[in-house]
Design a binder for this molecule. Sequence first.
Ligand SMILES: [Zn+2]
Length: 220
Amino acid sequence: MRDLADVRVFVYQWFAERGEPPSPEDVADGFGLDTAAALEALRALHDAHLLVLDAGRREILMAHPWSARSLGFVVTDERVRWWGGCAWDSFAIPALVGRPCLVATHCPGCGRALALDVRPDEHPPAGLVAHFLVPIPRMWDDVMYTCAHQSLFCSEEHVGRWLRQSRSPRGAILDMRTLWLLATRWYAGRFTREYRRRTPDEARALFHELGLVGPFWGDA
Ligand SMILES: [Zn+2]
């Protein structure tokens, strides 16, 4: 068998082309493995936080920025419909696939439908804001919960409305330019074999370049 990087890239490309994850059997077929060996590879990638399996450690739930299930974001172009994992993930997909995409969701503050065109090469105009609830150092404590609470809102006022309704602590608010820069730069290179997860110091360096500072972003 080839190494885990090949399996990871295979999963990403499958998601990009089809809008859904491969099954363990698809991975086995792709590499000429038996299903047990394919599952072993997928579980190793899960344990390295390079994808997310279900509780039975069998089906792929996420390979960021792709999700197998709706988490509140639809991302689509003329060929494929994807479930975006969250605001951060959904803004990364156009740059990863190299095509403009429509990103659609609901504002948690008022329930209004929000849709915007996101390009691979230019940030969307100002207007909407993103709110991230879970601080970066705790992002992987429950990654599905984290993703489900990285949302787009009409305005900061509607973030405030949702925080009061849900009795949630205020997290971080990002404008459209900052969200797009974070998403495209965070996910750059994800399709290559050479990609590896950023260390906390490397992640902080990127956040600092974008003006994202403070304990929420992992600063002491
Ligand atoms: Zn709203």
